[in-house]
Design a protein around this ligand. Structure first.
Ligand code: SAM
Ligand code: SF4
Length: 333
């Protein structure tokens, strides 16, 4: 039997490309980005819409079918709607999604849906105003609500809310967030804090880490037992549950306490044109230089296959090892 070309050295089929469109952001979440003095590279180092389309065409050629746009904050890219439209036109891409903090969604949701965006994950750690101000340095929660409503109206569903849980910042809010699934068909997903940029560069300590079992326990204590439901597929990193009589889903993403590296199907493209092989590992394969010296779709496809071949087996956090030099805002999450 012929093996798929996009199979890595550990038998995983890599078919999901997460593209960071920018490392700029209109928020400064404590665990992700320094609040000041962040030095950004020059704009010309960021991939153009045309280069992104070349990478997506190459990815489709070698078996990728799913694209997620991320950042930094992807809605800060002025050509975002054009990028979505161009990706939509690539044969073989079945799904385009985006991860955003939602602040600008009210303005763009309709146009993004019309251009071909399928759905959005909206990152909001709490709906408590004081906690949002502390953890996300976010002043205006109403803007996030407006973004959620706009996404719903535009049909970007199911809406998934991403919540990074941090001790003494929003761990006391998790049941209130899970409660939203009683009245809304949303997926509220609780993510374990990862030690990326968290120690050192952004000054947020991993001592704020809250394991999934603790978050789950807190939700069950307040709202009743969670019933496991089927995952979307083997590579779905979220373990999903329902509260009694809920419309939506409560999910747990546990990269630290229950790593899912064995079923990882992802490749990441940084805004400055590198394939980033794995979170918590700084190995990268440059693709921008090839495109800027005349390389086309076929050349990029070969570089992508090389990146797939080099993908490590997974992170080694349990051994206390990680070599990640970039911040999450630079990798895209
Ligand atoms: N700005 C967008 C947003 O916040 O959704 C997209 C980029 S952000 C880097 C992507 C995801 O990374 C967010 O959903 C956020 O929850 C997650 N994230 C950032 N830093 C993290 C950390 N140290 N540990 C776990 N998740 C993190
Ligand atoms: Fe910005 Fe997203 Fe990082 Fe928060 S998590 S600082 S919204 S890139």
């Amino acid at each position: 039997m012929k093996l798929p070309v996009n199979m890595d050295g550990f038998g995983r089929c890599i078919s999901y490309l997460r593209i960071s469109l920018t490392d700029h952001c209109n928020l400064r979440c404590l665990y992700c980005m320094p609040d000041r003095d962040q030095v950004f590279g020059p704009d010309e180092e960021i991939l153009t819409a045309q280069e992104i389309q070349t990478v997506v065409s190459a990815a489709a050629q070698v078996g990728f079918n799913k694209i997620r746009l991320t950042g930094g904050e992807p809605t800060l890219r002025r050509d975002l709607v054009d990028i979505v439209r161009q990706i939509k036109a690539v044969d073989g891409i079945d799904e385009i999604t985006m991860t955003t903090n939602g602040l600008l969604l009210r303005r763009f949701a309709e146009d993004l849906a019309a251009a071909g965006l399928g759905r959005v994950n909206i990152h909001v750690d709490t709906f408590n105003a004081a906690h949002a101000k502390n953890l996300m340095r976010l002043d205006n929660l109403e803007q996030v609500w407006a973004g959620i409503r706009a996404a719903e109206k535009a049909g970007l569903s199911p809406i998934k809310l991403n919540v990074v849980v941090a001790l003494d910042h929003n761990d006391q809010d998790v049941a209130e967030l899970a409660r939203l699934t009683l009245e809304h068909p949303w997926h509220v997903r609780f993510i374990e804090l990862m030690p990326i940029g968290a120690d050192g560069s952004v000054g947020f300590s991993q001592s704020q880490f809250v394991p999934t079992r603790q978050t789950q326990q807190r939700i069950e204590n307040e709202l009743g037992a969670l019933r496991p439901v089927e995952n979307a597929g083997p590579s779905d990193e979220s373990r999903n549950y329902k509260l009694p009589d809920s419309q939506g889903v409560v999910g747990f993403i546990s990269p630290v306490s229950q790593p899912y590296c064995g079923t990882c199907n992802r490749m990441r493209l940084t805004a400055d044109g590198k394939f980033h092989l794995c979170l918590l590992n700084d190995d990268e394969v440059d693709v921008k230089a090839a495109m800027r010296s005349g390389g086309g779709v076929d050349d990029v496809a070969q570089i992508l296959l090389e990146a797939v071949r080099l993908k490590p087996t997974g992170h080694r956090l349990s051994e206390g090892i990680h070599t990640e030099n970039r911040g999450m805002f630079q990798i895209g999450g």
